[in-house]
Write a new protein. Structure first.
Length: 191
């Protein structure tokens, strides 16, 4: 059984990201077990996301093969995602003053995925640390599908990095699945 593995973790420039988007999206599709039919649309969305202010992408490489990817950008009132977030906060009686403060300065972790077979060995943790290193944002926010008892690598990882609940059982427009929206103050604590 593979213990802790030592991939190269490094930032991707925007051109590196846009050139390699198909390979990165394939990792996402495999990790999330999604239908390959979404591939072209996601490639387009990911490339578009790379234009967002604050865009940062990191990859995990093992023997020149990409085995993990994470990216994000500054939260913005122009983004669909922030509109959804505001709706969720309103539904739970907010936003509170603290939540308004949060909405004004967060980094959205849009995606983090590790190739099946390489999961559970610390690569996701390294990707998150590299992605969020030296960020000027006060908070990082992400969403993840709800699972019973938070029993998956994603929840274990985010909890161990200090993420707490912002929204639970939240339904984004156009998606039937409930999501947890999780938040942490930056910098990440080192555990
Ligand atoms: C979520 C995901 C990106 C996390 O990446 P990962 O490399 O598996 O995560 P890590 O190994 O860093 O941490 C996950 C787990 O490994 C443990 N772990 C961390 N470092 C470890 C190490 N050196 N050795 C062994 N286990 C380790 C963590 O404690 C955590 O606990 P768990 O095994 O009880 O779940 C990855 O599992 C994945 O792609 N999953 C499917 C897609 C997905 O859910 N993406 C996120 C959607 S929001």
């Amino acid at each position: 059984m593979m213990g802790s593995v030592s991939p190269i973790i490094r930032k991707l420039s925007i051109p590196e990201f846009t050139t390699n988007t198909p390979v990165l999206v394939d990792i996402y599709i495999a990790a999330m077990n999604y239908d390959k039919a979404i591939r072209d649309t996601r490639i387009e969305v990911w490339r578009r996301n790379s234009q967002n202010p604050g865009f940062t992408a990191v990859a995990a490489l093992m023997d020149d093969q990409v085995v993990g990817v994470a990216y994000g950008f500054n939260g913005s009132p122009d983004h669909w995602w922030q509109h959804q977030l505001r709706r969720g906060l309103r539904q739970q009686g907010g936003p509170t003053e603290e939540e308004i403060h949060i909405i004004h300065n967060y980094f959205e972790v849009a995606e983090v995925h590790v190739q099946p077979g390489f999961q559970g060995h610390g690569i996701g943790r390294k990707l998150m640390h590299e992605l969020l290193k030296d960020k000027q944002n006060t908070f990082a926010i992400l969403s993840t599908p709800e699972v019973d008892d938070e029993a998956n690598h994603a929840f274990s990882l985010y909890r161990s990095l200090g993420f707490t609940d912002l929204l639970r059982q939240f339904r984004f427009d156009g998606d039937q699945r409930p999501f947890a929206v999780l938040i942490t103050a930056l910098p990440l604590h080192d555990s």
